[in-house]
Design a binder for this molecule. Structure first.
Ligand code: SF4
Length: 284
């Protein structure tokens, strides 16, 4: 009985340390287990770490934040909050790579912060490929009739509106979908290539209209001359900061434990990056 009480107390302590995370390191309770890019053992082992976010301009680090969430997508909003609160007013354009492209992030940047999001989404590059555009069974390529609100599949059957569906993400953000269903997939000669639906069920298609509009917005912005040029500068702006930090300074792991100490160490490292950049500019 005593053993149970001790264990319960231990689990309660653990839950308090966990917070919103699903793991923590015993040697540094502020650190969370994550899959690292540098996998020396080549076994996909998780290691205790912090997800570091850095905002840059002209190869200078302007702001940084440490997060316990390993997914970049879910660190963007809290990082933008931190920047606004502790650093500076957000610029007109928020530029990141595709790992930050999500409905919640676009929604936050465009509607709440009234900024332009120059952020591609995961399929942005793939959508441009011939194989994607010519895939007959990709519903993105199926003709849509606005008047009847129907899609037409390769077997010339109509997918009509069936129902609405709402998905709630881990952050509590809700995404709304329209579900379309094919009238009759039985005896379809393309069935095995088109759907994994169980025999007797018809193919369905889920459409998130907000997401489709956001993707269209991103495609337009990234193809416009001015905003496209700003986006293309991301690679030569952000990557050299990480490159110098990791390859030249060999700063690939923290030497202290605890978030506040790690924050200080990160700050010193980024200060070194900025001083080196400043000195290099002065010597030109
Ligand atoms: S399986 Fe259904 S949706 Fe797919 S091509 Fe055949 S009839 Fe059309």
């Amino acid at each position: 009985m005593i053993d149970f009480i001790v264990r319960k107390q231990k689990y309660q302590r653990d839950l308090e340390i966990f917070g919103t995370r699903n793991s923590y390191s015993k040697t540094d309770p502020d650190a969370t287990f994550m899959r690292m890019k540098d996998d020396y053992m080549k076994n996909g082992q998780l290691k205790a770490g912090y997800n570091t976010q850095i905002a840059t301009e002209g190869q200078y680090a302007l702001a940084y934040g440490l997060f316990s969430n390993p997914t970049d997508t879910r660190t963007l909003i809290p990082f933008l909050d931190e920047i606004e609160q502790d650093y500076f007013e957000l610029p007109e354009h928020i530029v990141t790579d595709a790992s930050y492209g999500s409905e919640e992030n676009y929604n936050d940047i465009l509607l709440n912060r009234k900024r332009e999001a120059l952020i591609p989404y995961t399929l942005y590059m793939k959508e441009k490929k011939k194989t994607y555009k010519q895939n007959l069974f990709n519903p993105d390529n199926w003709p849509y009739d606005e008047e009847t609100d129907t899609y037409t599949c390769p077997n010339q059957k109509h997918l009509t509106f069936h129902d609405y569906s709402v998905r709630t993400d881990r952050t509590g953000f809700q995404r709304k979908f329209k579900i379309y269903e094919c009238k009759d997939c039985s005896d379809c000669p393309f069935r095995s290539s088109c759907t994994k639906a169980k025999e007797g069920n018809n193919r369905k298609r889920m459409v998130n209209e907000t997401w489709e509009q956001q993707k269209e917005y991103v495609r337009t912005k990234l193809s416009e001359e001015r905003t496209g040029a700003i986006y293309r500068k991301r690679k030569i702006d952000v990557e050299p900061v990480f490159g110098f930090l990791k390859a030249n300074l060999r700063f690939t792991r923290f030497s202290v434990r605890g978030k506040s100490k790690v924050e200080n160490e990160m700050g010193f490292a980024l200060m070194a990056v900025n001083l080196r950049k400043y000195t290099a500019q002065q010597l030109r």
